[in-house]
Design a protein around this ligand. Structure first.
Ligand SMILES: [Zn+2]
Length: 379
């Protein structure tokens, strides 16, 4: 829900006199605004259509300092959008980088509807108290909805379709979907994924002619089940890249099948945006740009995008970007930490018009690019 802007007589006179309105007043309320918030290799994506009925997908990281940091960053995006509450929170799955900041977010802004895929299938001792006490207390004071593929989320001004949840996928075509997916023939399965990633709640969001795909951390073999042999979704304008750009997600059957014009990777400084995913994105038919929340050491200059399309640096900026990707160090107690980023953080904001035109803005440097209606999408 969005605050109503009341223009005082003096303010109205100033507008008539040609005064430049402030940032809040500059929002016209005619666009779908999407904030991809930097939660350091987790996910938090905020949608605000012109109706002001807001949807947040995920709440960042779990560890206490990280939960507070990420909740502050999400609250800053909500404030920028003049929200007074989060109308719907979709938690894609029960991994700490997706639900971790939930209680901290709820302390800062009321959440009215908690949506998820159902119980956690991957029990972790550290999360027991959250599932036994914290989460029931939060949704007990609001609404709790478990979704499955084929469901819709009622959001004024948007068509919000759930296409994956709890390991099941959408097979009935959405409007514009149902055609054969040419990428399926070359698909090679990976090992089955027994984790919460494969349970992710996936959403296809339509605003006029503009469409977005956000599939959480859905993994490789589920992408095949969803997208083959026929693609039930059709194409999208914007892909919020799955699973931070890790290589256990983002198969060509998904990315090339959806044919996004723009992809945004919610990667960390040493998490995701790996060479295999970047190659799949760069070679996707019709791709115009890839934007990143961070420079990834795992991509190196070889596979990264221009710096002006990267939203965040690190607390201690690297003296130089390596040309070649750095292999991820083996996990364990001796693993050197990834470059830290706990200071000021910047989002990537998308503002879409009903005619399908959309503008992507990097909040760090102000660089913005508009993708017009002469793109190749026709449905
Ligand atoms: Zn994740």
């Amino acid at each position: 829900m969005r605050m109503k802007i009341s223009v005082t007589a003096a303010g109205f006179a100033a507008l008539l006199a040609g005064a430049v309105p402030g940032p809040a007043a500059a929002q016209t309320g005619t666009t779908l605004d999407i904030y991809v918030v930097d939660v350091e290799g987790g996910n938090a994506t905020l949608f605000i259509p012109p109706s002001g009925e807001s949807v947040l997908i995920d709440t960042g990281n779990f560890a206490p300092e990280a939960a507070t940091r990420d909740a502050e960053r999400i609250a800053a995006a909500a404030k920028d959008a003049r929200l007074t509450q989060i109308d719907h929170l979709i938690t894609t799955h029960w991994h700490g980088d997706h639900f971790g900041g939930m209680a901290e977010v709820a302390k800062r802004i009321p959440i009215r509807d908690y949506i998820d895929h159902g119980p956690n299938i991957q029990p972790v001792a550290a999360f027991e108290e959250f599932f036994a006490k914290t989460y029931p207390a939060l949704y007990g004071a609001a609404k709790h909805t478990i979704v499955k593929p084929g469901d819709t989320v009622a959001v004024a001004g948007l068509d919000w379709h759930i296409v994956s949840a709890a390991g099941a996928v959408q097979k009935t075509p959405l409007a514009g979907g149902g055609g054969a997916n040419a990428s399926c023939a070359a698909f090679k399965p990976q090992d089955p994924d027994p984790t919460e990633n494969a349970q992710s709640v996936g959403s296809i969001v339509t605003f006029g002619k503009f469409r977005v795909a956000h599939l959480g951390d859905l993994t490789w073999n589920k992408e095949f089940e969803l997208m083959c042999p026929n693609n039930p979704i059709g194409t999208v304008d914007l892909l919020v890249v799955s699973h931070h750009g890790l290589g256990v997600s983002n198969s060509p059957v998904l990315v090339h099948g959806l044919r996004p014009r723009v992809a945004i990777v919610n990667n960390g400084t040493r998490k995701g945006a790996v060479p295999a995913t970047m190659k799949t994105l760069f070679s996707s038919p019709g791709i115009e740009d890839v934007w990143q929340i961070h420079f990834s050491q795992l991509s190196g200059q070889e596979y990264t995008v221009p710096g002006m399309l990267i939203a965040n640096d690190t607390d201690e900026p690297l003296a130089a970007m390596p040309i070649q990707p750095i292999a991820a160090p083996a996990p364990g107690p001796g693993t050197p930490p990834p470059p830290a980023h706990n200071g000021p953080a910047y989002w990537i904001k998308i503002s879409a018009q009903p005619d399908g035109t959309f503008t992507v803005t990097n909040a760090r440097n102000g660089f913005a690019k508009t993708y017009g209606t002469n793109g190749r999408r026709t449905n």
